[in-house]
Design a protein around this ligand. Structure first.
Ligand code: HEC
Ligand code: HEC
Length: 475
């Protein structure tokens, strides 16, 4: 057994070395086969290292960059391969996810314009009809996906109960829908064994919480890797587009194993933490600000804490019988979740993972798939918010005060309560938001192309003192 694994590793090393030995231009990317992951020959750290490679390094034409159907015509009619508006628009995930370092959010210069996948050019854009989205931080994405999965299970169990009770009793049964204490309206079971979902709110009618992107319509990190690679680089994942989805002659641009590794890398990123100011007066104001934040109702949506019962991120590839597991309290980069005595973990996310109507000021021109309205957005988590400006789905808020002022719709009364505060209390709320930061303990996440050492241990770089961060997310 041991020997077989050694041989397998040797074969992988050789496959990886092929690219590296060729002189001149060639592909930047190495590939990882899912069968190798499934064989157990690689450590979790090695898989994550590969995911970081896919995420942080550039795709070029030898890797399959570009899409013949989206040639990216410039203003004098030449095909450049790039189109800032409809994509392909960049060469690396890290190009847009780098604030304050790899895995983070992005400036408005890397905004995207979803719903605008036109094949042609930049000549006659109707800019007044574009949705604009600002890059979002991926720190804490692992816990977010696992929370959503546990919430979905709770919602589905309630729906099933309503269905069964209605069928058994022959009368309609309406049950309140809750997940982790968050209300999602109600669901009604009908005597014929079907469900009436008219009472469902804040989530799609299928009860599947999709925690990713600002509209809350993407279910998993895996889906994001596949969609973003196609959209931004014209790199087609084999599992969705086949061997050569764009017909550019380069096959298997992203293998199933590549996608698995990239999903796991994102899930392993550090979680944001609370850093209290050193200055005693500011520290007091920040702590007081958190109380005001709760008192005026910000926590109706930005719920400070939820508990994951089983803090394990499971990535199961299509066609695989078992998943690759990442224990979020053990395997992730520092700072990471702490395991409670009973095995659960507290997540100080400041979100309810619910979609809310935030009113006319933030409404978008295009209604995309699976949304109740153009002004419905996912409650953006506030952990790390101080490190991820500019803010709101389109990045239009350059201050936290502006972000709050843009709240309307379901948040109108809470926004008014904020506006009605005296200036000292408003400042205290902002001071609290400023404590929500992304910090780094591993410089290899800071510099995209800093090679990771061969013996890569995601945890070894804990050279700082974890407790020196006033990491109150797990007191
Ligand atoms: C051109 C810029 C750009 C590139 C390149 C890019 N992204 Fe993004 N990313 C964005 C923007 C903008 C959003 C917010 C999208 C929205 O809200 O609709 C986003 C959102 C995300 C999210 C959701 C985060 C959350 O919690 O909601 C994930 C995950 C993600 N990107 C992963 C990737 C991966 C993986 C790649 C590379 C394959 C990538 N992105 C490449 C701009 C980019
Ligand atoms: C009804 C639910 C709700 C309430 C109440 C609410 N928010 Fe929000 N908040 C949201 C949603 C939804 C978004 C995302 C809006 C968007 O992307 O355009 C958001 C976004 C934000 C952002 C920007 C985050 C980012 O990463 O860009 C900040 C800051 C914020 N809220 C702070 C607050 C504060 C402070 C309060 C209390 C005064 C508050 N919110 C009350 C739902 C709510």
């Amino acid at each position: 057994m041991f020997r077989q694994q050694g041989m397998l590793l040797g074969a992988i090393a050789m496959a990886l070395a092929l690219n590296a030995n060729a002189a001149g231009d060639g592909p930047n990317k190495r590939h990882l086969e899912q069968s190798v992951i499934d064989s157990g020959a690689l450590s979790l750290q090695e898989i994550i290292r590969h995911g970081r490679h896919i995420f942080a390094e550039d795709f070029n034409t030898h890797d399959g960059f570009g899409d013949p159907n989206r040639p990216g015509i410039n203003s004098v009619g030449e095909a450049t391969g790039f189109n800032r508006v409809s994509g392909p628009d960049s060469v690396a995930c890290a190009a847009c996810h780098n604030k304050p370092f790899v895995g983070g959010a992005g400036d408005n210069s890397v905004n995207i314009f979803p719903g605008f996948n036109r094949p042609d050019n930049i000549d006659d854009l109707a800019f007044d009809n574009l949705n604009v989205r600002n890059s979002q931080s991926i720190f804490g994405a692992g816990p977010k996906q696992v929370l959503a999965q546990e919430m979905i299970a709770e919602l589905e169990a309630t729906a099933e109960q309503a269905r069964e009770e209605a069928e058994a009793s022959g009368v309609e049964v309406t049950l309140p829908l809750f997940a982790k204490g968050v209300s999602f309206g109600s669901i009604t079971g009908l005597p014929d064994g079907t469900l009436d979902t008219n009472g469902v709110e804040g989530v799609a009618k299928d009860l599947r919480i999709r925690p990713f992107n600002t509209a809350g319509v993407i279910p998993t990190l895996r889906d994001f890797v596949i969609g973003a690679s196609e959209q931004h680089f014209g790199i087609e994942a084999e599992e969705q587009f086949g061997e050569d989805g764009d017909g550019d002659g380069i096959t298997r641009e992203l293998t199933i194993g590549d996608v698995t590794a990239t999903a796991l890398f994102q899930a392993s990123l550090p979680i944001p933490v609370q850093i209290l100011p050193k200055d005693r007066r500011l520290r007091r104001e920040a702590l007081r600000g958190e109380r005001v934040f709760g008192e005026i109702g910000c926590t109706n949506c930005h719920i400070s804490e939820m508990v994951i019962d089983d803090p394990v991120f499971r990535e199961r590839a299509p066609g695989s019988v078992r998943s690759t597991n990442l224990n979020l309290t053990r395997d992730s980069f520092f700072p990471r979740l702490r395991r409670n005595r009973n095995g659960s973990a507290n997540v100080r996310l400041y979100s309810d993972l619910k979609r809310h109507d935030l009113g006319a000021a933030v409404a978008e021109p295009l209604l995309q798939v699976d949304r109740a309205s153009v002004s419905h957005f996912m409650t953006l988590p506030l952990w790390g918010v101080a490190s991820t400006g500019p803010w709101m789905h389109d990045g239009r808020a350059t201050t936290l005060t502006d972000a709050i002022s843009l709240h309307g719709g379901e948040a109108a009364s809470v926004r008014d309560a904020y506006t009605a505060l005296n200036s000292r209390d408003r400042d205290a709320v902002i001071e609290f938001l400023k404590t929500q930061q992304v910090v780094i303990l591993d410089p290899r996440l800071l510099i995209p192309n800093l090679p990771l050492p061969e013996q890569f241990d995601v945890n070894q770089a804990n050279f700082g003192e974890e407790d020196s961060f006033a990491a109150r997310q797990n007191p």
